[in-house]
Design a protein around this ligand. Structure first.
Ligand SMILES: [Zn+2]
Length: 399
């Protein structure tokens, strides 16, 4: 059996994933624009140039996922999936660097999507090339699934899952390349939101004591909700994090001279196994009732769920791929495996729902995602390329 790490070291060209990432940043691929297809075409061409089988999987007219497969030459074996998204959020304002320039300055690649997640896509593309060089040494299959619409409604990953379920084949381990700073995330919290409407009684502001000011009531409720966070310490763990509430939107009133009879606010909730969405809803409900009781007012409010619940994801540490992933990270100079929760949510949740064991690991930090002057460390792009490549070679090489 050849030493797979030596094989990789002999072939590895650290400039190629960096150049790939620069080129990906130069192709605008804002969600739901034709740029998604432009990027898909660039990636497909690169893979085809390296004799890799590529499928153009139409999601909607003019929007397609890119699926690529490389079979090991030694026959049946495990299947490893690498997943990323093609789309980015819009460029937005406040940039001092060219958002589509693909410039590297002081070890960082700047541009929209550099961190979320073209650095990772480049590392995965390069991994596919590396794996394609060593197929005679490998069993099973490497699969790349690059999807559209992640920044919107996840239509791309949903379409891929729908088709995969029809022609089912086992997938033993999956990596989602969202930016974790190369930490291994075994999952993330679920996410949902509730819209709370507080009803008061309007009147002229000159006789405000005759009315019930819905904005005042809401502001007191917000303080109670803020304090509820302390009750969450007993839930969650180091792999997934703690549940959380955050009020992100409030609206009420019509004019300064009118006591407002309506105020609504929206609460973002992050869920963990062991604390259900219903329990969180009743906690918010209790907070609202408490304030109405303090003022001895009839409870006039509504709570409705305003976005569907994306459930929490958490895979156990003893899934076989995790050991290989940890070893592969340890083999990169300057890196060591660190487990940390992914603070946002991502498409790992969809893969988890269909029982594909999935971890999240990618170059760049979530703090830089979606910002002006978004950037990613090119050292991390290179490290990610090595980590993904070693993982794939070992996972499919039986090492
Ligand atoms: Zn992302």
């Amino acid at each position: 059996m050849p030493d797979l790490k030596s094989l990789l070291d002999n072939e590895f060209d650290l400039f190629e994933p960096i150049h790939l990432a620069q080129n990906l940043v130069r192709i605008s691929s804002v969600s739901r624009t034709r740029g998604e297809s432009d990027l898909a075409r660039y990636i497909a061409n690169y893979l085809i140039d390296h004799q890799i089988r590529v499928e153009w999987q139409e999601v909607e007219e003019g929007r397609a996922n890119i699926i690529a497969e490389i079979d090991g030459g030694r026959g049946e074996g495990p299947c490893l999936l690498l997943n990323g998204h093609l789309d980015t959020v819009p460029v937005g304002t406040g940039w001092t660097m060219p958002p589509l320039g693909g410039q590297v300055v002081d070890n960082y690649l700047y541009g929209r999507g550099s961190c979320d997640m073209k650095g990772s896509l480049a590392a995965m593309m390069y991994t596919a090339k590396i794996v394609s060089l060593f197929t005679p040494n490998l069993f099973g299959k490497l699969k790349l699934v690059f999807v559209v619409d992640e920044e919107q409604d996840n239509l791309g990953i949903k379409k891929w899952i729908e088709i995969w379920q029809k022609n089912w084949e086992p997938i033993d381990f999956a990596v989602v390349g969202e930016p974790t700073g190369l930490n291994i995330s075994l999952g993330h919290r679920g996410v949902a939101a509730f819209r709370v409407t507080i009803k008061g009684k309007s009147c002229h502001a000159g006789i405000a004591h005759r009315g019930i000011n819905a904005i005042y009531i809401a502001s007191e409720i917000l303080q109670v909700i803020k304090e509820k966070q302390n009750e969450f310490d007993q839930y969650g763990d180091d792999d997934i994090g703690k549940p959380a509430l955050s009020v992100g939107k409030i609206q009420g009133g019509t004019s300064p001279n009118v006591v407002p009879d309506l105020c609504f606010f929206e609460v973002d909730v992050r869920t963990v196994p062991g604390l259900s969405l219903d329990e969180i809803k009743s906690l918010i409900c209790d907070s609202v009732k408490k304030v109405f009781e303090i003022h001895n007012l009839p409870s006039t409010f509504e709570i409705e769920q305003s976005i569907p619940h994306l459930p929490p994801v958490k895979i156990p540490r003893d899934v076989p791929g995790i050991d290989i992933l940890s070893r592969s990270i340890s083999d990169i100079p300057g890196e060591m495996p660190i487990f940390a929760p992914f603070p946002a949510s991502c498409e790992a949740a969809f893969l988890d729902q269909v029982d594909i064991p999935t971890v999240i690991i990618g170059p760049g930090r979530i703090e830089e995602a979606h910002t002006a002057n978004e950037f990613v460390s090119i050292t991390q792009i290179v490290a990610a390329s090595r980590i993904y490549s070693l993982l794939a070679l070992r996972f499919l090489g039986g090492e």
